[in-house]
Design a protein around this ligand. Structure first.
Ligand code: FDA
Length: 300
């Protein structure tokens, strides 16, 4: 818990974030972030596709505070979608609304999302809005509801550590959801703190969305959860086409391949870009054993 809080604290440090852009993908980050350019991401996706894994790419970015940066991020997302389409890889896009200006101006963020979704719709590509910390939850869900009046190729993420997760999943029947345990440090007023209870709530919302007949992406590295989901789907005649598993690039790679071999859709989240620092710190916070990556990288 102490290490988790330490790495989450570091993840928000703007000075370190700036320096990290200069360092490049050192300190073991390369193991979990394949590169800094669109080309390097597409290359990684192609290799994963060849192994039977599908992907979603995410252009990393933190601390977007002005309109120019938000527009730049939007254009980058559009270019990424075009690169996916042109290369013919099996991949969709994940993004964060704060990168597109959510904290600056909601109208700007909505316009940016429209531009991205229009391009993605043209190529039949799905766009997943990642879920950030609790302070952005309502704004994210409001914007999603607005966008879904125009576009169906968009969905979001619900975090099982939040008390309100069940209610949100209930309100999002029919929407493709990625369900996760939750990665941010949230207060006990809004989020369950006990790991076993989070796992319990996680299974509960997965079952809830599956039984609603809605498409469910189960994003976890937890083999117990994965086995429970497989069993639950079998027992309830839920077809393999109604759900998928998701894991992060570089994590449990053997398990990723084994799941795909069993005939399940296994989607790998491939982050790329030079703004890798915050993402990397959040991964260290989740699993301090990942510090081993960093140590190995540093030694090299
Ligand atoms: P957890 O970390 O709870 O581990 C459970 C058990 O699984 C461990 O005790 C261990 O036995 C095993 N295990 C886990 N990792 C392992 C490893 N690397 N090697 C060996 N064993 C391992 N969060 C968020 O707030 N918003 C978001 O939008 C997203 N998006 C997202 C996308 C994808 C594709 C993934 C996989 C995750 C996210 N997350 C996220 C992060 C998520 O909320 C969560 O913080 C992490 O996935 C960590 O929790 P796990 O469910 O993976 O297992």
């Amino acid at each position: 818990m102490v290490l988790r809080n330490f790495f989450l604290f570091l993840s928000k440090n703007k000075t370190l974030n700036k320096s990290a852009k200069k360092w490049g993908l050192k300190l073991g980050a390369k193991h979990v972030i394949p590169g800094e350019t669109i080309e390097s991401a597409i290359d990684a996706v192609r290799k994963l596709n060849e192994k039977g894994l599908v992907c979603t790419v995410d252009h990393l970015g933190e601390f977007v505070f002005n309109r120019e940066e938000a527009i730049e991020s939007t254009d980058y997302c559009v270019r990424t979608i075009e690169a996916i389409a042109e290369s013919g890889v099996n991949c969709n896009l994940s993004l964060k609304l704060t990168q597109l200006g959510l904290d600056i101006d909601r109208n700007l963020c909505r316009d940016n999302m429209r531009k991205i979704l229009a391009t993605a719709a043209k190529y039949n590509i799905f766009v997943r809005i990642d879920m950030e910390d609790y302070s952005h939850l309502d704004a994210t869900l409001d914007l999603l509801a607005e966008l879904r009046r125009e576009y169906t190729n968009v969905g979001t993420v619900i975090q099982a550590y939040l008390y309100r997760a069940e209610q949100d999943v209930n309100n999002l029947k029919g929407v493709s959801l990625r369900l996760v345990k939750g990665a941010y440090k949230e207060s006990p007023e809004v989020a369950i703190q006990d790991k076993a209870k989070i796992d319990e709530n996680y299974m509960a919302i997965i079952k809830q969305h599956l039984l609603n007949g809605s498409y469910t992406a189960v994003a976890t590295h937890d083999h117990n959860i994965i086995e429970n989901v497989k069993r639950f789907a079998l027992e309830n005649n839920i077809p393999k086409t109604q759900f998928e598993f998701q894991m992060l690039y570089g994590f449990r790679t053997e398990l990723q391949l084994a799941i795909a071999k069993e005939g399940y859709t296994m989607r790998i989240y491939v982050p790329f870009g030079n703004d890798w620092y915050g993402y990397f710190m959040r991964r260290l916070a989740e699993r301090p054993q990942n510090v081993a990556f960093a140590a190995r990288g540093l030694l090299r």
